[in-house]
Design a protein around this ligand. Structure first.
Ligand SMILES: O=C(O)C1=C[C@@H](OP(=O)(O)O)[C@@H](O)[C@H](O)C1
Ligand SMILES: C=C(OP(=O)(O)O)C(=O)O
Length: 426
């Protein structure tokens, strides 16, 4: 197994650009494929999760051309649902933003398809989405375990109507229903059961749908209505914002050991909820300045915080390692769904933080981290989870080196993460 050891970094400063947003790239690709007209996507993310979406679109008969660096893509829209005569199998790796939205869109298309993924994908729940789609008459069967991929979908024309979805495990189920709604022939009403988690991702979905010409009536994030007769239309060009979750590692580095770090590619008007990560750093003591095209952070002594981070589940992992540099303990609460992502992140983060000598309390839906003056050099297991590899790189901002096992797992969303991180200190 490949390992990467980062030697202690005494100071970070300078400018770093983040690649395109995973959430926006996969949403825009799917909607461009379903739209009428040709869409030119720019600043597309070039990473594994996006490759899975692109490969699926190829098999679904969508025509597109990618630039050599894979950040520009011209997609020829289908002008509606997919239609493929022969049965297909689509492998979607561990990309939630491909598996969930494609499941819904294919249930409403003329296709017979099996959706598969990596072994971990077979442990990531999808039952709440399948239940909702079945209320709309979709034909979806589980090929192994009930409630989990792989799935067999016999797509057909669906008429819509009322659906209810549990929002307490993943917002991606609602995103999937919303994005597929214009493929249904009638009005669609989606009611949320339980607490809707990761809410800001729904804003990304609604904003992207609006850019492709579809309006959703959002009644307080409880009931969503999409009236019949709407269909996706290409906006012509679609610029993907930089990834706010990817920005979190550089912003945290600046907060811990800045100097001033400027992160470009995202700015104060970002639609991504994870941009609010910068507010958390500010609450911990960092100085943040907001600009249209970038965010700047200047380091200052940090203090621990106690915060509900349900709205920023991905960037919250970066707070768990930033906590090692704060005065006093940090509690990150209301993050049960860390357990159903790339790995059981609550357990994995607690285990790896303890290897460094930190005291950690792991609860059902929270983690509490006490910093230590005596950080130990450890080899961090990454569990094939890109975010564990990236957030533990921050440990090198102490006086102790850190070794990251399988650093290549960042390929899911940020293949050249370690190269870009190095530009801030070398
Ligand atoms: O819709 C999206 O683009 C995402 C939603 C979030 O998932 P959950 O809604 O499952 O928390 C997030 O963790 C994931 O990385 C991307
Ligand atoms: C949870 C994540 O990914 P996915 O889109 O596969 O859910 C993530 O990127 O942290």
């Amino acid at each position: 197994m490949e390992q990467l050891t980062l030697e202690p970094i005494s100071k970070v400063s300078g400018e770093v650009n983040v690649p395109g947003s995973k959430s926006l790239s996969n949403r825009a690709l799917l909607l461009a494929a379903l739209a009428e007209g040709e869409t030119e996507l720019t600043n597309l993310l070039d990473s594994e999760d996006i490759e899975h979406m692109l490969n699926a679109l190829t098999k679904l008969g969508v025509t597109y051309s990618l630039s050599e660096d894979k950040t520009r893509c011209k997609v020829v829209g289908n002008g509606g649902a997919f239609s493929v005569a022969e049965p297909l199998e689509l492998f979607l790796g561990n990309a939630g933003t491909a598996m969930r939205p494609l499941c819904a869109a294919l249930a409403a298309s003329k296709v017979e398809v099996v959706l598969t993924g990596e072994p971990r994908m077979e442990e990531r729940p999808i039952g709440d989405l399948v239940d909702a789609l079945r209320m709309g008459n979709a034909e979806i069967e589980y090929l192994k375990n009930d409630g989990f991929p792989p799935l067999q979908i016999k797509g057909k024309t669906l008429s819509g109507g009322e659906m209810e979805v549990d929002g307490s495990v993943s917002s991606q189920f609602l995103t999937a229903l919303l994005m597929s709604a214009p493929l249904f022939t009638g009005d669609v009403t989606i009611r949320i059961k339980g607490e809707l988690v990761s809410k800001p991702y729904i804003d990304i979905t609604l904003d992207t749908m609006a850019k492709f010409g579809v309006e959703v009536n959002n009644d307080n994030y409880q009931t969503f209505t999409i009236s019949a007769g709407q269909s996706y239309r290409s906006p012509g060009k679609f610029m993907v914002e930089g990834d706010a979750s990817s920005a979190s590692y550089f912003l945290a580095a600046g907060a811990i050991k800045g100097g001033t770090v400027r992160v470009t590619g995202i700015g104060k008007n970002s639609i991504q909820g994870d941009i609010r990560f910068a507010d958390v750093l500010e609450a911990m003591g960092a100085k943040i300045t907001w600009h249209d095209e970038y965010v700047e952070v200047t380091g200052a002594p940090l203090k621990g915080i106690d915060m509900d981070m349900n709205h920023i589940p991905d960037a919250a992992m970066t707070i768990a390692t930033t906590a090692l540099f704060a005065q006093g303990p940090t509690s990150i609460t209301n993050i049960y769904n860390w357990r159903v992502k790339e790995t059981d992140r609550l357990n994995a983060m607690a285990t790896e933080l303890r290897k460094l000598g930190a005291e950690v309390e792991e609860g059902h839906d929270y983690i509490k981290v006490w910093p230590t003056d005596m950080l130990k050099h450890a080899a961090i297991d990454t569990y094939n989870d890109h975010r564990i590899a990236m957030c533990f790189s921050l440990v090198a901002l102490s006086d102790t080196p850190v070794t990251i096992n399988d650093p290549g797992c960042t390929r899911k969303t940020f293949p050249d993460y370690f190269t870009r991180f190095a530009t801030l200190y070398s």
